[in-house]
Structures are given as C-alpha cells and as structure tokens.
Design a protein around this ligand. Structure first.
Ligand code: SF4
Length: 108
C-alpha cells in the first residue's frame, strides 16, 4: 500500500512538474498569438473604415494631430518595438504601431 501511495505521489509530482514546464513554455504564447493576429484592413472592416483607420498616421485625416499613432494610444497593447499589436477597439485584429484611427485616445 505504501509503495502504491508513493508511486501515486511520484506520478502527481511528475505531472505537476510537467504542467509547470508547460506553463513556462506556453507563457510566451499570448505575445506570439498577438503577433499572428490578422492585420486590420479598413477595406473590409466597417468600423475601421468609419473611424478612418490608416496604417500610416502621417497620412491620417483630421482630427489627427502630429505625434499621434497607435503605439501611444491607450487602446493599443502591442509591445514596444513591435510593428503590429492588438487594439481593444478591434478585437481579434492587429493594428500598425504607426497607424491611427479616429478612436485615438492618448495614453495617460
Ligand atoms: S483606437 Fe488607438 S490603437 Fe486602436 S487603431 Fe485607433 S489609434 Fe490605433
């Protein structure tokens, strides 16, 4: 009986170790998953079109102001240096860090 308990404990510890390693391994997944999101396309996304989303903030129409782009918008959650990242206004899509739309709101 003692042997069986000890074997069960060993299996449990092995499983937990495996689960911990898996958690460490897959911990990086969200960042990678974000990088793999399809890019927002104003030609096919009605909200992006309505909000005048552009991949290049320097070509954005008014009320765009110099210096405003997705990378410094409160809705953007891409990592610094990343070309594209998620925007909470467009779930499931990645926006260009140098892009802009009329939903822009400066980070606090
Ligand atoms: S809401 Fe902000 S981050 Fe999202 S597309 Fe518009 S400017 Fe970019």
């Amino acid at each position: 009986m003692l042997e069986k308990t000890s074997l069960t404990r060993r299996r449990l510890l092995a499983w937990l170790g495996g689960a911990g390693a898996a958690a460490l391994l897959f911990g990086a997944l969200p960042g990678r998953a974000f990088a793999d999101l399809p890019h927002l396309d104003p030609a096919t996304d009605p909200t992006a079109k309505a909000l005048h989303y552009t991949e290049d903030a320097s070509k954005a129409p008014p009320p765009h102001k110099a210096g405003e782009d997705c990378s410094n918008c409160r809705f953007y959650s891409g990592k610094p240096g990343q070309a594209y990242g998620p925007c909470s206004l467009y779930p499931g899509k990645a926006v260009n860090a140098k892009g802009w739309c009329a939903g822009y709101s400066a980070k606090a």
